[in-house]
Design a protein around this ligand. Sequence first.
Ligand code: IMP
Length: 199
Amino acid sequence: MGLKLETGARLVVATHNAGKARELAAILENRFTLVTAGELGLPEPEETETTFEGNALLKARAAARASGLVALADDSGLSVAALDGAPGIYSARWAGPGKDFGEAMAKVAARLEEAGAEDLSAWFSCALAVAWPDGPAVVVEGRLDGTLRFPPSGERGFGYDPIFVPAGFDISFGEMDPVKKDAMSHRALAFAKLKAALF
Ligand code: IMP
């Protein structure tokens, strides 16, 4: 048994989001034939773990088991030091059913205010998991540190990007050229680790 992936292998991506699957395919340099969990009609498991790595692994394992194929899944989010790591694995859920990140960023600001926090350190995390149908799995995590800045700035990016200023920069991810962001992001760091582990 080798935890290596052959070029051309069929890989199921545990996402129902076609855009995310395309992004993952590009990052993996189109080495694989990707199908999504959505295309295969696989159910979306509940994210019941308490860490990014745990949830990525749970999603990859569920997709591998249901499809009989090697599966890739991710889980990511923003953690704020002064909020004991919140929103963390609940980053998407803080935006509510309408996925309103203006609301989610306002909630971060309100919680910091309530806590009287002076430390605005924060980090983005991205966990990636690959699971084989017969059990073995690899999970890695990338982390990018920075500082929160209010009010939100910039129209680029998504999610919490307008309040996140990566360490060493003075613009937010919302203001940064997306090509530059994608090259340095928590996702890029996680993919570099995954590639080192798999290829
Ligand atoms: P997931 O799709 O369940 O992993 O949820 C990740 C959530 O974390 C997203 O909905 C975003 O709110 C947030 N997030 C993750 N990565 C980024 C990023 O690069 N920029 C901004 N927000 C992010």
